[in-house]
Design a protein around this ligand. Structure first.
Ligand SMILES: [Zn+2]
Length: 320
């Protein structure tokens, strides 16, 4: 058996343990206005009316029912709902969230748009949030990790980075050439934060102005090109994580769950793995500011079994 075949088998074994469920290694966050009564996000129109405020909103009546009230001088905001009127002239009941209850009786029902006023519970006394965000996790950032991140994003022509906002998404946008990740305090595990950020950083090296990896016309999710690029990002992220000394078996396991779409491509082509390793190595060197034609520096300390920026053969060891 060739090394590639052995490695491929090991990855497939991880995938076949049933690790497929979608895994996000960070806490979700409220990212828009929701109803205090139901926890549901408002309709898009109402979200626009309320602004991009990640909070719960109540009507005056609801606040009162819970023994609270809008603070003096606080101003409510308008939201809309559909009211239905029967030709008999009797309005149907609806709850304050605009969900009309089933109309009974006969006659024509005329829907029309009404509005009501809601208050941010932050502007109310005596109303506790019912759907609080998970508490932030205090981490001491990794000095070595921050060096890698700062070094890359301060290169000339580097992509943009947004890591300062609470977010439910981690992604690289080739169109905007920007990397977005949730905040570090949304991650229970420090290593997961760097793993996620490095993953997106590796993607960003594929931009046309850098290593120009996005040649595929067919790079939608689940396609072979997509699988290939995910593999590059995962191997590169694992190598960087190893470099800053944060690698854990769990980080690879989670990666394996995420990139379930590898398995098909890997089965078809075990050389894929070596190709991906070579691409990942280039990407890692780019991030570390080593020009593509430069030879990698020899690892300063011989102690670890796997060197900092290993060749493809050694890099495979770093994954397990
Ligand atoms: Zn990815």
């Amino acid at each position: 058996m060739t090394t590639e075949a052995i490695i491929t088998e090991r990855i497939l074994a991880e995938l076949e343990k049933g690790v497929a469920p979608w895994h996000r290694p960070w806490f979700g966050t409220l990212d828009g206005p929701i109803s205090h009564a139901t926890g549901k996000p408002y309709s898009l129109l109402n979200q626009i009316l309320l602004g991009d405020v990640p909070s719960e909103f109540v009507t005056f009546k609801q606040a009162k029912a819970e023994g609270g009230a809008p603070k003096k001088g606080s101003r409510g905001k308008l939201v809309t709902f559909w009211k239905r009127i029967q030709v008999s002239g009797v309005a149907t009941d609806e709850d304050a969230d605009g969900e009309a209850e089933a109309t009974t009786g006969r006659g024509r029902v005329i829907p029309f748009l009404r509005y009501y006023t809601v208050f941010d519970i932050a502007d109310c006394d005596g109303i506790a949030p019912k759907f609080p965000d998970r508490e932030a996790v205090a981490h001491e950032p990794s000095a070595e990790g921050e060096n890698v991140v700062d070094g890359y994003f301060s290169q000339d022509g580097a992509p943009a980075l947004d890591r300062d906002h609470k977010s439910n998404r981690a992604f690289y946008s080739p169109a905007l050439d920007s990397v977005t990740v949730p905040r570090i305090d949304q991650f229970p595990e420090l290593a997961e934060f760097y793993s996620t950020l490095f993953h997106e950083m590796i993607h960003s090296t594929g931009h046309a102005s850098r290593l120009d990896r996005f040649t595929g016309k067919d790079a939608h999710f689940g396609s072979d090109d997509y699988s290939r690029e995910e593999l590059v990002a995962e191997i590169g992220a694992a190598a960087l994580l190893h470099r800053i000394g944060l690698e854990t078996p769990a980080t690879f396991k989670n990666s394996a769950a995420y990139v379930d779409s590898w398995s098909k491509a890997l089965r078809a082509d075990s050389k894929l793995f070596t190709t991906a390793c070579a691409r990942a190595e280039k990407a890692v060197r780019w991030i570390l500011g080593e020009k593509p034609d430069e030879k990698p520096e020899p690892a300063p300390e011989p102690a670890p079994a796997v060197v900092a920026v290993p060749g493809p053969e050694q890099m495979t060891l770093a994954l397990f």
